[in-house]
Design a protein around this ligand. Structure first.
Ligand SMILES: [Mg+2]
Length: 230
C-alpha cells in the first residue's frame, strides 16, 4: 500500500535553468548597488570555486554555504572582512528569495493539491529550493535537502531521511523525479517505487526501470493510480 509520495523539486515541479539565471542576475544587480566598484561575474569566480572545493569537498552539496563563501571571498579586495561577510549574507538572502520565485509547470500545484487528499507528500532535493519560501508547506509535510542530510542523491541519505521521518517501508513510498540516475536509479536502489518525469530535452536513461514514466506532471495522479492498483 502506498502512503507517501516524495518529490524531487528542480525540473520536476518547475524548470530550474531560467530560475537560476534570473536569480544570478538579480544578485549581480544587488551587489553592484551595494558595492559600486565590484562586479559579480560567476565565470571569473571559477578559480576561487575550485580552490574552495578542494579545501572542502562538502561544499559541493552545501550550495548556500558555498555561494555565500564565494561572494564573501570575491568581495575581499573591496571590503574589510566583517563588511564582506555581512554583505555576502545579505546577498544570499536576495539570491534565495529569487531562487525560490519559480514558475511552476502548468498543473503542478493542482496535481500536488489533488494528491494531498490521499497521500502524505514530501520533498527531497539536492538544491536549495525551500518549501516555505515556495509556499508549498501546505502540500508537503516534510522536506529534506542534501545540505541537511550531508550527501546528495544518488546517495541514499535523502531517501533514508524520508523513510525515517515517515516511519514507512520503502515499498510504501513513491519517488517522483526527472533525473534517471540521481532520482530513479537512486530511489530504486533503496527499494522505493519510482515515477520518472521524462525530460523533454535530455532523456538520458538510467540503469534501472521506473515503475511508471510520465511526460507531464499532470499525468502523475494517473500513474499513481496504476501503481496502487498493481
Ligand atoms: Mg531534478
Amino acid at each position: 500500500m502506498i502512503k507517501v509520495i516524495a518529490f524531487d523539486l528542480d525540473d520536476t515541479l518547475w524548470e530550474v535553468g531560467p530560475v537560476i539565471r534570473r536569480a544570478e542576475s538579480i544578485l549581480a544587480h544587488w551587489l553592484e548597488k551595494e558595492v559600486p566598484e565590484y562586479r559579480y561575474e560567476p565565470a571569473k569566480l571559477m578559480p576561487i570555486r575550485e580552490t574552495l572545493l578542494r579545501e572542502d569537498p562538502t561544499l559541493g552539496h552545501r550550495l548556500t554555504a558555498f555561494r555565500q563563501r564565494l561572494i564573501e571571498i570575491s568581495l575581499a579586495p573591496h571590503l574589510d572582512q566583517e563588511s564582506a561577510a555581512s554583505c555576502a549574507e545579505g546577498a544570499m538572502e536576495i539570491f534565495l528569495t529569487a531562487r525560490n520565485d519559480v514558475e511552476f509547470f502548468e498543473g503542478a500545484l493542482e496535481t500536488l493539491r489533488e494528491l494531498t487528499g490521499s497521500f502524505q507528500l514530501g520533498a527531497l532535493t539536492n538544491g536549495n529550493a525551500d518549501i516555505n519560501r515556495l509556499g508549498l508547506n501546505s502540500c508537503f509535510s516534510f522536506a529534506f535537502s542534501a545540505e541537511q542530510v550531508g550527501a546528495p542523491k544518488p546517495a541514499p541519505d535523502l531517501f533514508q531521511a524520508a523513510l525515517a521521518h515517515t516511519g514507512c517501508e520503502p515499498a510504501q513510498m513513491v519517488y517522483v523525479g526527472d533525473d534517471a540516475i540521481k532520482d530513479v536509479d537512486a530511489a530504486n536502489q533503496v527499494g522505493l517505487h519510482t515515477v520518472w518525469l521524462r525530460p523533454k530535452s535530455k532523456p538520458v536513461e538510467g540503469e534501472s526501470s521506473p515503475d511508471e514514466i510520465i511526460n507531464d506532471i499532470r499525468e502523475l495522479p494517473g500513474a499513481i493510480k496504476k501503481l496502487v492498483g498493481r
